[in-house]
Ligand binder design. Structure first.
Ligand SMILES: O=C(O)CCC(=O)C(=O)O
Ligand SMILES: [Fe+2]
Length: 315
């Protein structure tokens, strides 16, 4: 059985990447249980080179250290593009609360269509673009392997999910939570990131050692997802929730402003895996039973994402 930290399972992905079919089934079964009970797990040995991750975090920090003017020159413009710099308090992951105490930078795999939206790179920092593009490729590669394990966990052909993601409509998001001043008092439930579920199929979340991520249990308690070096946090998003008819849940999570770490900068990187925009998400046959008939009608991944982004950024 997988280890547990504060309840959230820790799953060793090594046997899936390197093992035989039996080993792969064991890992898939661990993911199935974790996704049913938590919608969250830590994955160790996911195959991502540690030096590359460190380099990417360093490049992210260097970006956020740029003057605000320079960051605003690549400002996020629209839900359709969903690329660029998002300033502090601009986004409300919980729309009933004040803006999040964070800044972010979104980028995405470039699309072959000449009319498609393009990434907004800050001028004069080619190394930043190069590092992020390489990291994006690595995330796609890792996520495809995780999606294969999910397919196995649900009794589907190995490439069931990979095929539905093969246009790479994903988003990579760098996050920076600046230190909060001495005497800071949160107003009206403000936090570093408001409670929310992720919008896509799965998310890979890399966090530094600061802490603050919290996950809501099925019973409604918030527990800490303490950083574990050498792991990536994987969580299932709303579209996996719909696809699996609530068998794999999208679990609310947030980033708190607990006094023990709010004086420190916090950095994290989220890779949001999104199915192809025109992929129609309907209940997977192995997830419907007499007791759990299909809950949702079909929706395209693109329509769902657009609705969610419009909610969090406001009209
Ligand atoms: O920074 C984190 O640890 C979580 C961020 C997050 O949940 C999100 O951006 O969706
Ligand atoms: Fe999230």
């Amino acid at each position: 059985m997988a280890d547990k930290v504060g309840g959230i399972p820790v799953i060793d992905f090594g046997p899936f990447l390197e093992g035989d079919t039996t080993a792969q089934r064991t890992v898939a079964e661990q993911m199935r249980q974790a996704s049913r009970e938590w919608g969250f797990f830590y994955l160790e040995n996911c195959g991502m080179p540690a030096e590359q991750l460190a380099e990417t975090f360093a490049a992210s920090k260097a970006f956020f250290d740029l003057p605000t003017d320079e960051k605003n020159r690549v400002a996020w413009q629209s839900a359709e593009s969903n690329r660029g710099y998002v300033g502090i308090k601009r986004e409300r992951l919980d729309p009933s609360r004040p803006g999040d105490l964070k800044e972010a930078f979104n980028l995405a795999p470039e699309q072959p269509d000449p009319d498609a939206h393009k990434n907004l790179w800050p001028k004069g920092h080619p190394q930043f673009e190069e590092t992020m593009t390489r990291f994006l490729d690595e995330c796609i590669h890792t996520a495809d392997r995780v999606l294969q394990a999910f397919a196995l966990a649900l009794g589907q052909p190995a490439d069931f999910f990979v095929d539905a993601h093969n246009l790479h409509h994903h988003t990579l998001r760098l996050l920076h939570y600046p230190p909060l001043p001495e005497g800071f008092e949160p107003h009206d439930g403000e936090s570093r990131a408001g409670a929310h579920t992720d919008y896509g199929s799965i998310t890979l979340l890399f966090q530094d050692d600061v802490g603050g991520l919290e996950v809501r249990t099925r019973a409604g308690d918030w527990i800490r997802a303490t950083p574990i070096p050498g792991t990536v946090v994987v969580n299932t998003g709303d579209l996996m929730h719909r696809w699996t008819n609530h068998v794999f849940c999208s679990t609310p999570h947030r980033v708190n402003v607990a006094p023990e770490h709010r004086h420190r900068d916090r950095y994290s990187i989220a890779f949001f895996c999104h199915p192809n925009k025109d992929a129609v998400i309907t209940c997977i046959d192995t997830c419907a039973t007499e007791d759990n008939p299909p809950i949702y009608g079909p929706i395209t991944a693109g329509q769902h994402l657009h609705e969610q982004l419009t909610n969090t950024y406001g009209p």
